[in-house]
Design a binder for this molecule. Structure first.
Ligand SMILES: *Cc1c(COP(=O)(O)O)cnc(C)c1O
Length: 406
């Protein structure tokens, strides 16, 4: 409900000197921490083990339940999860790996980390997820795998993509950094691809401060991931080149990293996961309110959801129809900011980053992704948004659209 002087608010854009829709700024995303989270962290701080301890074991069990995966390896970030998955997949120099073009750079960086070549696939213009037809067109004899991103939390078209993988002997890594809690045809994300990577950065649906995880059903991949998480050092005699029965003996058999998560972080995440169903429900309510407000506005394109995906939504994408508005995305974004609704843009096509440009990637390779990028912003979506906050966002969008309607 808008209880303030609506006429006044709607009169003139704040960016042109009018009154903003709300007084305090709303960010596009925010973590939710309660007392149970705080107690879980302080209890662990006072416990004897701060890393590599019982909270990690408990977290990994809990993530197995949430994702339906047989094995989960908790790590220090979503990026670490992707790096280890790319290593465990065996991607290496000379290999090509197909990846979504609209994603956070880390989805493609993990391919570079192991010396392989990212090949960018275009998105569908309505779901914004990787287009299986684009994947098919990019396969060459060098293609070894796919990194498919569940963008905004919506599952990618897993049946089609898995079939492509089967036909071409490819390994599927699902980047589910946005998608904890999402199901595809009733099956949780994490139990479907060869490996599924999660991020628990504070902006994501549940957080451990920094953190990530890899889920898999494959025991060999699991063992490799465990070893790579901790320097490539093993304590299993059957993995050693020089096994002994000395109790102290361990052996580094390959080059790994320290990508371990602490028990302090694990305790926070276990407590956060208790709230995942509530987080998911509230996010769906807010998405429904936005969809309802925008679906009949010809100036706005609402993201299409495939019926197979039962989505825990991480981001709400406001997509402008440039032919219906006299402003561009930059002007719309700045006008929203002046109304105290702070948006963000997800994402620049990865190959537009100057680093990728320096590797030789050129503009024009994914036209749907490039058109998408020019017309979008993410509006606030998180658990603790109140109904009034949601109304403010809708009011601001309508106010800016009204001003710039063609
Ligand atoms: C957040 C994110 C990552 C990286 O996760 P971190 O935990 O920040 O390292 C990777 N991929 C996508 C799609 C993300 O949104």
């Amino acid at each position: 409900m808008i209880l303030r002087n609506q006429v006044n608010i709607m009169e003139r854009l704040a960016i042109l000197g009018g009154e903003p829709v709300r007084e305090s700024p709303l960010s596009y995303g925010k973590q939710y921490i309660d007392l149970a989270d705080v107690e879980a962290v302080t209890d662990t701080l006072m416990s004897p083990v701060l890393t590599g301890g019982p909270k990690i074991t408990k977290l990994e069990q809990k993530l197995c339940e949430v994702t339906g995966a047989k094995y989960v390896v908790a790590v220090s970030s979503g990026t670490a999860a992707l790096h280890l998955a790319a290593m465990a997949a065996g991607f290496a120099e000379g290999d090509e790996v197909i990846v979504s073009s609209i994603t956070f750079a880390a989805s493609a960086n993990c391919i570079l980390y192991v010396g392989a070549k990212p090949v960018f696939a275009d998105i569908r213009p309505d779901t914004y997820n990787i287009d299986p037809n684009s994947i098919r067109r990019l396969i060459t004899p060098r293609t070894r795998g796919i990194v498919a991103v569940d963008f905004t939390g919506q599952a990618v078209e897993l049946d089609e993509i898995r079939q492509i993988c089967e036909e071409n002997h490819l390994i599927l890594i699902e980047d589910a950094a946005h998608a904890i809690g999402t199901k595809y045809k009733g099956q949780p994300v994490g139990s479907i691809a060869d490996m599924t990577c999660f991020s628990f950065h504070p902006v994501k649906t549940v957080t451990s401060g920094e953190g990530g995880a890899v889920a898999t059903n494959d025991e060999a991949l699991y063992k490799r991931l465990l070893r790579l998480r901790s320097h490539g050092i093993t304590r299993c005699r059957d993995e050693m080149v020089h096994p002994t029965d000395a109790a102290w003996y361990n052996e580094q058999v390959e080059l790994g990293y320290n990508y371990r998560m602490t028990d302090i972080q694990a305790a926070l995440l276990i407590s956060q996961l208790d709230k995942l169903p509530a987080f998911s429900r509230r996010r769906s309510e807010i998405v429904a309110a936005y969809d309802k407000a925008f679906k009949d506005m010809p100036e706005i394109q609402v993201q299409r959801e495939i019926p197979e995906s039962e989505t825990t939504r991480h981001l709400y994408i406001l997509r402008l129809r440039p032919d219906r508005l006299t402003c561009d995305r930059r002007q719309f974004f700045d006008a929203m900011k002046a109304e105290n609704i702070c948006c963000q843009v997800h994402y620049l096509p990865v190959y537009w980053h100057s680093y990728y440009e320096s590797l030789g990637y050129q503009k024009g390779i994914c036209p749907n992704a490039e058109r998408y990028y020019e017309s979008v912003m993410s509006i606030p979506l998180y658990y603790s948004l109140t109904d009034e906050d949601v109304e403010d966002v809708i009011t601001a969008v309508k106010k800016v659209v009204d001003h710039y309607r063609r």
